[in-house]
Design a protein around this ligand. Structure first.
Ligand code: FES
Ligand SMILES: [Fe+2]
Length: 398
């Protein structure tokens, strides 16, 4: 796969570290399939990706198999209680070892039955008597970095990546300050959507509430936007605002113990939320399928595994109203990206004072992390990977 250096230069051409002077990413980053190929290498194989709540991997033998942008991965709790992750790939002929999720004693490959311990070591392989120089130690499952973070499990395919707890600075402390009951919450509900929009449009939309007063007529009655605060940090940003003191048309918050709306975005594609109501936690995961399609999963956690009627009312508002409003926006923006009208990108609206809740500097922060990740990745390409395209444009092979 090749992409011209010119194409990459255009990405940063109108970007400025000061959001007030900057253009946003140009449309090509949202529509060209080649960019997703680069993003897989530069971003998704090189960042902490949400897998599940830790409760799913509580007991020895519990495992979950996931697809990480085309790479099969398995997370497992081993016999000694250690959380581990591996490529879900047999070292004999490359077959996937497990599917879905469950509890196992060992990994047994469904192709020729090589067996692996839960710590990834190979313990059995049939008919090896005639094979020379075969060492079991050379054929263990290939490990992947895994980390438990605020009761959630993340993996990172870059073996050199710094721990999420280090990369994310004060995020864990901030989460536990606002959601001290996190440990008591259990998975209760999941919503899944397939949206016709690039994953970055989904993230852009998640990172600003400039559109809330226009597009979310009910949400805006729930939030006190004058005290809504958007803050950016190294690899995350937060949006925190109190619930409005007047009545709202979104859902019933009577007796709510959570009186504020908390929303964190963790680079590159995870949203963490706590909304007004009963003690709750939500994880939104934005998973690119192709350049113009994203799967969104919303996991809801409450104190009970079945939502109450009042909790269901909030879920239904999110599902039937809020998310439908956002899907319409995302899909419309994607259509706009496919025209010459948006080639250069747009601008960021940066607000302060009473309007500070409507600022878009969180989107600028995301674009700046995005461009840094692409640039960092290109720095690792060697000169012999730069070649000349038939058109005469210099190209860098990815
Ligand atoms: S591919 Fe797994 S045992 Fe052959
Ligand atoms: Fe929205």
């Amino acid at each position: 796969m090749t992409i011209s250096i010119r194409e990459l230069q255009i990405l940063t051409e109108h970007f400025n570290s000061d959001p007030k002077c900057s253009y946003s990413l140009p449309s090509r980053a949202y529509i060209k399939p080649d960019f997703l190929d680069i993003e897989r290498e530069a971003i998704f194989y090189n960042s902490w990706q949400y897998v599940c709540h830790v409760e799913r991997l509580r007991h020895p033998g519990d495992y979950i198999a996931i697809d990480m942008q085309g790479r099969p991965i398995v997370a497992v709790r081993d016999r000694a209680g250690v959380l581990r992750a591996f490529y879900n790939v047999c070292r004999h002929r490359g077959h996937e070892l497990v599917k879905d999720q469950g509890n196992i004693k060992t990994f047994v490959c469904p192709y020729h039955a090589w067996g692996y311990n839960l710590d990834g070591t190979l313990h059995s392989a049939r008919h090896l008597k005639t094979i020379e120089n075969f060492h079991f130690d050379d054929f263990g499952m290939m490990p992947v970095q895994i980390e438990e973070f605020c009761n959630m499990v993340f993996v990172n395919l870059n073996p050199e990546a710094k721990p999420l707890s280090l990369q994310s600075g004060e995020l864990a402390r901030e989460i536990l300050q606002y959601a001290p009951d996190l440990e008591t919450l259990t998975h209760s509900y999941r919503l899944t959507y397939r949206v016709k929009g690039n994953w970055k449009i989904v993230v852009d939309n998640f990172l600003e509430c400039y559109h809330c007063a226009v597009a979310h007529k009910d949400l805006i009655t729930l939030l006190d936007m004058r005290n809504y605060q958007v803050t950016t940090y190294d690899i995350y940003s937060s949006q925190i605002g109190p619930v409005s003191m007047t009545s709202n048309s979104a859902y019933n918050v009577e007796g709510a113990s959570v009186q504020d709306h908390f929303l964190w975005w963790l680079w590159p594609n995870t949203g963490l939320l706590r909304y007004p109501g009963d003690p709750n936690w939500m994880v939104w995961h934005f998973i690119p399928v192709d350049a113009e399609t994203t799967i969104q999963t919303f996991d809801f956690f409450f104190q009970e595994s079945t939502p109450t009627d009042q909790q269901m009312e909030a879920i239904e508002y999110i599902d039937k109203v809020l998310q439908q409003e956002d899907i319409d926006i995302i899909e419309s923006v994607q259509r706009g990206m496919n025209t010459p009208a948006y080639e250069k990108g747009g601008r960021f609206v940066v607000c302060s004072g009473d309007e500070k809740g409507e600022t878009e500097h969180g989107v600028h922060h995301f674009h700046s992390l995005y461009l840094k990740a692409i640039d960092r990745y290109l720095q690792t390409r060697s000169l012999d990977q730069i070649e000349t395209a038939p058109s005469g444009n210099p190209q860098r092979t990815i």
